[in-house]
Design a protein around this ligand. Structure first.
Ligand code: MSP
Length: 506
């Protein structure tokens, strides 16, 4: 069995979860579920990033302790994974002892390998991004400097340990050339490569002006830079430093899904740290885009932060999951709007998918006593539909294997549309009088196609797809992609159908 390790970024504990956090969680959950159905041994990790100046400042501004704030916020992120029906195998917190041990071990290996030295950092720092910036990357507005993310930067001068990142420029380029799929989409990979080609400077990896972090081993005046700390979570959860552990052996290296804003950390710093510690770099980094809200940049100061709990409450979880990944090509920026969400629910889900299921199942319930016969005597049109569903499944898998969730969804809807056309052409309501046996066969083929559609929608809309499979008497608990092409072989009886995706009307 092949292994597949997938991770979300770990979320800062300075504030409540928002749409962006829900987005990466769902993306990873879709891919984790997909690969499980594809008979892989999957490990899916998420968690919270709890150290650093940003979290410390947030605790101060909220008049609370860092411990109280991170415990409370981390619980919110854990709750989010549950509300989203995520199938994560673990939830890591960077304040856990297992993580501290793992970060210390990485630090000590880097030190032993002569990758770390002590000096002084003089330069710009953005607390919001927890990132150091070169002056040439900044924008000056009045007398203040701003990072490309729009965050204000401040000048800092302090003793700091440095990582010899500059030594890794050529090795990173060589690694990128050998691994053309390391970063996706390609446009983002090109940005990364040109940044590295322009030359890398050594990276400050410790801070001395606050202490909310993991102390540098044997020097309590320094805390480890929050990104070196945070990135290591991906290994801590696999029981590093025990590189003989089953988890580590089975699952490292893995795939990281990240937002475009944190690609530099994952595609440059992280593989460099790992190579410098003689550890394998990650397999793949997929960078997704950012959502705006009704056309506007999402920000706390604009007061337009989207609360995923609220949206799910009003529109439903699977509807929300479907919307996010059908509306915007995965990798691109996109817009969240209620109108677009309602359109997707009422058109794609209710009119196309829901209506196919409803019209077929109601007909069987009303005209065949709810009984679905075993398929026999295929005619050309039946063979064509089954053949098309096989080809569509192949394309769907090709897309999902490349993390192109939106393209995979388009193929599912292609099959839904072909099935609806087949109903219109075969006209079972006429066959009822003229050829009842043929009618039964048409309906059975449609049930087989609906089963196939439901198998493909399982990763994206798990609740609705499981309910549908259960309603059709398919044992969804034990279903995987091997069942896709295996035509059902027993008579099925269905109960009165119910609308799978009710229209949203307000
Ligand atoms: N703690 C770091 C990640 C460390 S990983 C070792 C961090 N945390 S975060 O909470 O600020 O962001 C988490 C994710 O949310 C990022 O991938 C970011 O891209 C994503 N999003 C934040 N706002 C977003 C949108 N408006 N739209 C889509 N995703 C966005 O960064």
């Amino acid at each position: 069995m092949k292994n597949y390790y997938i991770t979300t970024p770990i979320y800062y504990c300075n504030d409540l979860p928002h749409l962006g956090h829900a987005y990466t969680n769902i993306a990873c959950d879709i891919l984790a579920r997909y690969h499980r159905l594809d008979n892989k041994n999957v490990y899916f990790l998420t968690g919270t990033d709890e150290h650093g100046q940003k979290v410390e400042q947030s605790a101060k501004s909220k008049n609370t302790s860092t411990k109280e704030l991170t415990d409370r916020m981390s619980k919110n992120f854990l709750d989010l994974t549950k509300i989203l029906n995520c199938t994560n195998n673990d939830f890591i917190r960077t304040t856990e002892e297992r993580h501290k041990i793992s970060v210390h071990k990485l630090w000590n290996i880097l030190l032993k390998n002569d990758q770390i030295y002590l000096d002084k950092y003089k330069g710009w720092y953005s607390i919001r991004d927890e990132a150091f910036f070169d002056e040439k990357e900044l924008k000056k507005i009045n007398s203040e400097y701003y990072a490309p993310t729009g965050a204000k930067v401040e000048w800092i001068e302090e003793e700091s340990y440095f990582f010899r990142l500059s030594n890794w420029t050529d090795k990173l380029i060589e690694f990128y050339n050998k691994n053309p799929d390391f970063v996706a989409p390609d446009t983002r990979f090109n940005e990364v490569k040109s940044f590295v080609k322009s030359g890398l400077k050594d990276l400050s990896i410790s801070r001395t002006t606050f202490n909310w972090g993991i102390p540098v081993p044997n020097n309590n005046n320094h805390v480890i830079y929050v990104w070196l700390d945070a990135l290591q979570n991906y290994l801590s959860a696999l029981e590093f430093p025990d590189t003989d552990s089953k988890l580590y052996k089975d699952f490292w290296p893995g795939t990281h899904i990240v937002g475009k804003d944190i690609l530099r950390f994952h595609s440059i710093y992280w593989p460099a740290f790992l190579m410098a510690a003689n550890l394998p770099p990650p397999l793949r980094i997929y960078a997704h885009g950012w959502f705006t809200n009704e056309g506007n940049k999402i920000s706390k100061s604009l007061g337009n932060v989207i609360d995923p709990f609220q949206i799910i409450n009003e529109f439903g979880l699977d509807e929300f999951r479907y919307f996010l990944f059908s509306q915007v090509p995965f990798g691109d920026d996109g817009d969240f709007s209620i109108k677009a969400l309602v359109n997707r629910i009422n058109n794609d889900l209710s009119n196309d998918y829901g209506n196919l299921v409803q019209r077929v199942c109601s007909f069987i319930y009303n005209n065949c006593n709810g009984e679905i016969e075993i398929i026999d005597n295929l005619i050309n049109e039946d063979e064509d539909l089954l053949e098309n569903s096989n080809n569509i499944f192949k394309f769907y898998k090709e897309c999902m294997d490349k993390d192109q969730i939106d393209k995979a969804i388009k193929f599912i809807f292609k099959l839904i549309s072909l099935a609806n056309i087949y109903v219109n052409n075969q006209e079972p309501w006429k066959l009822k009088k003229t050829n009842p046996n043929r009618m039964k066969n048409v309906l059975s083929i449609l049930i087989e196609i609906i089963k196939r559609i439901a198998i493909m929608t399982l990763p994206i809309m798990p609740n609705k797809s499981q309910k549908l499979l259960l309603y059709l008497n398919f044992d969804f608990q034990n279903i995987n992609f091997d069942n896709y092409k295996v035509i059902f072989k027993n008579q099925i009886k269905i109960e009165k159908p119910y609308p799978l995706f009710p229209k949203y009307e307000k």
